[in-house]
Design a protein around this ligand. Structure first.
Ligand SMILES: NC(=O)c1ccc[n+]([C@@H]2O[C@H](COP(=O)([O-])OP(=O)(O)OC[C@H]3O[C@@H](n4cnc5c(N)ncnc54)[C@H](OP(=O)(O)O)[C@@H]3O)[C@@H](O)[C@H]2O)c1
Length: 279
């Protein structure tokens, strides 16, 4: 079941993440698409991602008949703070120029003329939003207005920062991507703001940040009833509370299982129990 942003863009209900795959990136992206994923997340940030190898996989898939339009491509602008010496832009240029250069380089890496979603990897400011954040956001808004990306969004953002961005930006974000901790009620404060504004919430590290939940008796009981594994229970819980989960699995069996999570259904009581399981 797809999710829809406030600007009426439909987004697949599960996303394949490409961080930390190194030289296996192209092979794994092809495998993920052949296993059923239609949404791919990457970033123009060589420390953690190989965006050009995602593009290589897209070309190989295209040659086999998987058209660009059938895929949802999301990538990110990463500021100098999150890069090593290999910045995909002139680091001495002003921020607007940096974002433009990074965006153009992403289009080249991904062999595409447009993106489905363009994301600010993280605000510059730890608290609040500063002039740098608003300048980068305005540059991203310009890509949206020019039709070069269907959505713009932000990652690694606090609830207070998101509320500010919704107030101060000309265009509020259409998606948020955050690490989702059960001990923080699965990022409830941020998710609540997203719900109020029609913003899609993408959750990452759902398994790796919540190892106690993965091992919890309640989760295993649901998994046993449904004949699935605990990962599927957590991913399905995320979907049923309105999130778009990411997985970065490197294993085809897990890819197939993660996609199939949508076939199971947790009861309202089970969802309520998992929502507060780590509080
Ligand atoms: N915006 C940001 O700053 C940011 C930061 C981190 C990540 N991300 C994005 O989010 C994506 C996902 O990251 P993540 O941290 O959620 O995932 P991840 O670190 O790739 O971890 C997924 C883990 O879950 C395991 N797993 C997946 N499906 C499973 C299953 N069915 N059964 C058992 N184990 C399973 C994987 O093991 P196997 O490989 O063995 O399956 C792997 O250890 C990244 O690739 C990236 O695109 C964004």
């Amino acid at each position: 079941m797809a999710l829809t942003t406030y600007n009426h863009i439909s987004v697949p209900s599960f996303m394949y993440g490409t961080a930390w795959k190194k030289e296996a990136t192209a092979r794994l992206v092809e495998l993920a698409v052949r296993s059923g994923f239609t949404a791919i997340d990457t970033a123009n940030q060589l420390i953690h991602y190989q965006e050009a190898l995602v593009g290589e996989a897209l070309q190989a898939l295209n040659a086999k008949g998987v058209k660009r339009e059938s895929l949802f491509l999301q990538t990110k602008f990463t500021s100098v703070d999150g890069q090593d010496h290999r910045t995909p832009y002139d680091r001495s240029a002003d921020l607007t120029t940096q974002v433009k250069q990074s965006f153009e380089s992403s289009l080249q890496h991904l062999h595409t003329e447009y993106l489905d979603s363009y994301v600010l990897h993280a605000p510059f400011s730890r608290r609040g939003l500063g002039a740098a954040d608003l300048e980068v956001w305005a540059a991203m808004e310009a890509f949206y207005k020019a039709g070069k990306t269907k959505m713009i969004g932000v990652s690694n953002i606090t609830a207070a920062q998101l509320a500010l961005l919704c107030q101060q930006a000309q265009l509020k974000p259409m998606m948020v991507q955050n690490r989702c901790y059960a001990v923080m009620a699965w990022d409830k404060e941020v998710r609540d703001i997203c719900r109020q504004h029609g913003i899609i919430y993408q959750g990452f590290s759902l398994l790796t940040a919540n190892r106690d939940v993965f091992a919890a008796r309640e989760v295993h009981a649901i998994a046993a009833r449904e004949g699935v594994g605990p990962a599927q229970v957590i991913f399905r819980f995320a979907q049923q509370v309105g999130m778009l989960p990411l997985t970065g699995t490197t294993n085809q069996q897990h890819m197939l299982e993660d996609i199939a999570a949508e076939r199971i259904s947790l009861t309202a009581d089970e969802i309520a129990r998992i929502e507060t399981i780590a509080l």
